[in-house]
Design a protein around this ligand. Sequence first.
Ligand code: HEM
Length: 349
Amino acid sequence: MKTSFVVVCMLAVAFRLAAAVVVPAAAPYALKVGYYNSKCGNSSVESIVNETVTAYLDADNSKGAALLRLFFHDCFVRGCDASILLDKSDVITSPEKAAGANIGIAGLDVIDAIKAKLEAACPGVVSCADIVVFAGRDATRYMSKGNVYFDVPAGRKDGLVSSSAEADSTLPDSKADVAELVAGFTAKGFTPEELVILSGAHSIGKAHCSSFKDRLTAPSSEINASYRDDVLNKICASAAKANPTAANNIRDIDAATLGSQLQGYVVPAGGGGDLDNSYYKNNKNNVVLFHSDWALVAQSSTLKHVNEYAANGTLWNSDFTSALVKLSQLAMPAGSLGQVRMSCRAIND
Ligand code: HEM
């Protein structure tokens, strides 16, 4: 064997061992802004993520909403540990992505593409958990036209556990009332005001009819009757597709479907799917998709924040930014083991 070949083999073995190392993921891994600076040769990890996200969103901006939701659903369940990315396997028998609450979860192709580029640039260095957070942050920036942007601390490890039952019992239910929503968010360290702030993410994206079917027959005191009957019921009665989807924001429902039928509310001019405070304006007029959205105007304690953000988009941009930074810092349960996965879809051998 040539010496250079021996060296290559030794490096390969060392790398496999390093990648397989499983470490306690909590305290010793304090998160840091710029964590990957000079950890990936001459490549900038955050630039690779941003360029990939931008290319995907330029081609199809529905991926922006998908990546923001992926960020929320990953971090809310077991902390930001990429547990949502794991596929079914011998050890992960019913992963988070199989949960009912994760219906419509998407953007996984974008994460795979980013991971492939980063593995090519610096194998075994960048965790999938950090990729989900960076990609969610960059998608948010893109969808808000730069109004929501933040430096994100990094250095997370990828978890080894993923359970659909845990996702279903932790993620909020679209049929929930304020008390249930507040309890779920309080358990993760968020205030009722932050619940209202984070719910503004529903100014973008879409939902399956099964996620808001209770709203198709909800009383007119809870939903604009014309929105319910002329828009949502029509979309959901479409025979073209099983369980069709509707845009979360009436602004983004196509003009042909909307026609001139909506009574009782002037639909704001199309904003090209922007992430902004329009959710709060719609909500004050009972023109939102989920019961959990409407529930925020049904209680004075949350209504006051809906009013505040409907009136002040700049304030919402800034408070949404802070809430996402907080979301990005949710940690794995104490004592959890972590690693840097080689594939985001499977734990290392
Ligand atoms: C407050 C409690 C929440 C409930 C009950 C809820 C529920 C849902 C449901 C049922 C869907 C539609 C899924 C489908 O049918 O395909 C959805 C979509 C979405 N949610 Fe939430 N959500 C909540 C909070 C959040 C938060 C905090 C964020 C982000 C910070 C978020 C971001 C999104 C986005 C962006 C979409 C659209 C996804 C896409 O178009 O791919 N949601 N949500």
